[in-house]
Design a protein around this ligand. Sequence first.
Ligand code: DQA
Length: 152
Amino acid sequence: MSTADSPKVLLINGPNLNMIGTREPHIYGSTTLIQLEDQLTQKAKQLEIALTCFQSNIEGEIITKIQQAKSNNIDVIIINPGAYTHTSIGIRDAFLSVQIPFIEIHISNVYARENFRHHSYLSDIASGILVGHGLFGYELALYRAQNIISSR
Ligand code: DQA
């Protein structure tokens, strides 16, 4: 069970990830974002982590959320930046300014897809990257977040 003293993890899903479940199911599966967030919230409770879930299709909202994570005492951020992975210097700069460790995750194996998905503006400054493990990657990211927190 998580309590007020539990470490805090913020999960950010970027653009179009609100559409999983119906979006290109051969790539992203049939589980909806609400179902995924419910499952992860249960898993986080078992790990004694307080998990907050956030999704936005708007780059500036994601940047603001990362900035606010500092004053909200977030210990680790897990982010699937969606297409902003490949375009957003703004999200990169937000992570550089808050200096909160973060894990980058992609549901699909971006390296087995179009060339424009092979470059990430975040990977070199991430604590770690999880790519191509489907939705299970989010659970793996939670375990890694716990590991980052406990090894501080
Ligand atoms: C994605 C991969 C991105 O290239 C794409 O734009 C997404 C989802 C993934 O989870 O596999 O929206 O981040």
